[in-house]
Structure formats: C-alpha cells, structure tokens
Design a protein around this ligand. Structure first.
Ligand SMILES: [Zn+2]
Length: 167
C-alpha cells in the first residue's frame, strides 16, 4: 500500500527525499516517513517419509483446487515461527524440520510469500474449522489437484523446488 494520508493523524503526506529511495511520503505533523507496506505470508509444503505432501481445501479460496498450508505472519513473528504455527493450526501436527524455499511476490494480495518445506512423519490430521479437507497425496500426483500455474503461484514454485530435491 502506498500512503497518501498519514495513518496516524490524517495529514496529507508530502513527498520528501529519503536518501536513495527518493521522494517518499512524509508526515510533517508526525515527522515520520510512511514507506509503502505489504503483507508477509508463509506457504509451507508439508511432506512425510513416503514423499507424500499435504494438500488442503479452503472453501473461501476454491471449491475445486487444493493448496499448501499458508497464512499471514503476525507482527513480531519470524517466518519460521509463523510457518510452524500455521501447520499446527491448520493440520494439528508438528514438523520435525523446516527449511526455507525462497520468496515469491503475489501481486494480487500485495504479499511477499515466504516459501518453506516442512517434514514430519506420516500421521492423521486434526484439521482447522477453516478447512474443508486435508489429505496426503504422492508428490508426483499433487499438481493435478493444485491451482493452475499463474504469476505469483508460490505453491507451485515451492513444489517445483521440492521435486528438484527428491528426483
Ligand atoms: Zn501524521
């Protein structure tokens, strides 16, 4: 989001030079720059010892396609903490390891997606109320259930990273 008015006092912002960033929205009342902001999200490919991955159906996103675990980070969290938390909240399981798998810009939501690959041992899920379903599928079969490729489809990008690692 690019600010035109100060989110604190409502004053119209001025373009003030901020070093290499050039003219930047500035509130003269609060003496504060308001740099553009965006959301940070985590997206986690959860896999097990059988090279299966967890796919979830989120009714508010699609009745048809399935997704990886994802969610918005909270202020004060690291991406790693958020990734573990989202997996726990959505699937009711703990990860045994977690590794970073790149960042992806999702323009539609003005969000930076932090990709992760998380491992666990195969077990049943205790899914969140916000999910319609969750299931384990063989990694090689996953794309047929997932959202089609499009700019900003971080799920498929993380999936491709994972496939490169195991094959
Ligand atoms: Zn202000």
């Amino acid at each position: 989001m690019i600010y035109n008015y100060c989110p604190v006092c409502g004053e119209k912002l001025l373009g003030k030079l901020a070093g290499d960033d050039g003219p930047t929205p500035f509130c003269p009342q609060c003496d504060k720059f308001w740099f553009p902001t965006f959301s940070d999200c985590v997206i986690v490919l959860v896999t097990n010892e059988l090279n299966e991955i967890a796919l979830v159906k989120m009714p508010y996103l699609s009745q048809k396609y399935e997704s990886l675990i994802s969610g918005y980070m909270k202020p004060g969290e690291t991406a790693e903490v958020a990734a573990n938390r989202e997996v726990q909240e959505e699937l009711g399981i703990s990860l045994t390891s977690l590794r970073y798998s790149g960042t992806y810009w999702f323009a539609k939501n003005e969000a930076l997606m932090h990709g992760f690959i998380g491992t666990t041992v195969k077990q049943d899920f205790k899914i969140s109320d916000e999910l319609a379903s969750a299931k384990w599928v063989l990694a090689k079969d996953a794309p047929q259930y997932m959202f089609p490729d499009s700019p900003g489809n971080a799920a498929l990008a993380v999936y491709r990273n994972f496939i490169r690692e195991i094959y």
